[in-house]
Design a protein around this ligand. Structure first.
Ligand code: FAD
Ligand code: EPU
Length: 352
């Protein structure tokens, strides 16, 4: 009996394929070469719960990664790195107006968008080409071109890293905001998201609220504006603006766009009457890219890293930079922006 049990245990661990001292070079778009003390690739919710219940993993620190497109690795990762690869897109409900789908956290976000536009569904086409996994999409409530995940989101399934129990979070419980959610605050690093449930429309809904997009789309008739066409235009815009992480290491916008008050805007306008700004419910949003470009950082290179020539909000790795070098550069930019504009930039990227 004992022998059988121990055999089972060994088999189970080998199925899980836990790797020691695993390089994370292939697992982050900044191309930083640090190691995970232990690394595991998870393919189902059941496997994840079984793994977490194993005595040897109960007390050690766990770090979750998806596509690694919003992390900056500054040191080797202690404990266990869990790479979430739960697959599957499942239609739960469908009527003449919409479909409700459940998607595994390990699905590549842009594959989901491509799947949806091929079926002529509407809702996430403006979020085309955002790198990374579905499981990370609620963490910062991904957004682009006037749309955020929260606009289609219904609920998610996640496993608590302390109790190992599965919990369903309704939309209101996720506390979504601009590049924000409860998983970046009170519940930071406390849950592994395993599946998300979203609702997509079968009826045409076109969101051209983002400046620049409307221009690209105005020559098309309403009938021509399929989600597939919008996706192709978003891909064109993004390819023109943002550096491709397959060519040069980066994690997209390094900082969030700051929100400032009217008084500060008026002060800034005194010296910079051309400063772009957008008013919203919580204040006035200023593009961080503009602030950084104004201080002449765009295209700046410092040894192995620098600021993208294409976009001032994107820090790039020219090949050999360490996470610490990139962090140092980002802090210099932050300090400079504060000194000149009295604006405190907040990192969008998770620093690990
Ligand atoms: P990772 O980088 O692996 O992880 C990000 C964070 O989420 C980490 O803290 C990690 O611990 C946590 N996490 C990941 N998966 C899970 C899970 N299953 N459960 C719990 N926690 C988890 N973002 C936008 O919002 N809009 C954009 O337009 C955009 N453009 C980008 C363009 C480029 C070129 C790049 C490189 C990045 C861009 N991003 C953008 C940022 C990034 O793509 C998103 O934040 C994406 O959701 C990150 O997914 P990921 O799987 O790579 O997450
Ligand atoms: N700008 C400059 N110089 C630059 C870049 C931008 O002056 O080098 C100024 C321009 O005035 C431009 C404005 O900034 O009009 C806005 O630039 P852009 O349209 O490129 O958008 P962004 O505000 O820099 C945000 C998101 C992106 C998202 C796009 C489209 C944040 C932090 N970033 O960028 O998200 O794709 O809008 O919606 O909100 C990401 O999160 O990683 C990301 C890439």
């Amino acid at each position: 009996m004992n022998i059988k049990r121990s055999k089972l245990k060994t088999n189970y661990i080998s199925i899980m394929n836990i790797i020691s001292q695993k390089s994370l070079l292939e697992h982050n778009t900044f191309n930083i070469n640090v190691k995970a003390n232990k690394y595991v690739n998870i393919k189902t919710e059941t496997d994840l719960i079984k793994l977490l219940n194993q005595k040897q993993f109960k007390k050690i620190k766990k770090t979750i990664i998806g596509g690694g497109s919003n992390i900056l690795l500054t040191k080797d990762i202690k404990g266990l790195v869990i790479h979430n690869q739960i697959q599957g897109i499942k239609i739960l409900k469908s009527n003449i107006k919409s479909v409700i789908i459940e998607v595994g956290a390990g699905v590549i976000w842009d594959n989901l968008v491509s799947w949806s536009t091929k079926l002529q569904l509407y809702g996430i086409e403006n979020l085309s080409l955002i790198p990374g996994s579905v499981g990370a999409s609620p963490i910062q409530n991904i957004g682009a071109y006037g749309v955020e995940l929260k606009d289609v989101f219904k609920e998610l399934r996640a496993i608590n890293l302390k109790t190992n129990k599965l919990r369903v979070f309704k939309k209101s419980e996720c506390e979504f905001g601009y590049r924000n959610s409860i998983f970046k605050n009170e519940l930071k690093e406390k849950y592994v998201i395993s599946k998300i449930i979203i609702q997509l429309s079968k009826k045409q809904i076109v969101n051209t609220t983002y400046y620049g997009l409307e221009n690209k789309l105005k020559k098309f008739t309403k009938k021509e504006l399929t989600s597939e066409l919008i996706r192709s235009k978003i891909i064109e815009i993004r390819n023109a603006k943002l550096p491709d992480p397959k060519i040069i290491g980066n994690a997209g916008s390094f900082f969030k766009n700051p929100t400032i008050n009217k008084e500060l805007l008026t002060n800034l306008q005194h010296d910079h009457p051309e400063i772009p700004f957008f008013e919203n419910k919580i204040g006035i949003k200023v593009p961080a890219g503009w602030l950084i470009e104004k201080l002449k950082w765009r295209g700046h290179q410092e040894k192995n890293c620098g600021v993208s020539k294409k976009h001032a909000l994107v820090i790039v790795n020219y090949g050999k930079a360490t996470g610490k070098e990139i962090l140092k550069l980002s802090n210099k930019i932050k300090k400079n922006v504060y000194k000149e504009f009295k604006i405190n930039l907040e990192e969008e990227v998770s620093i690990l």
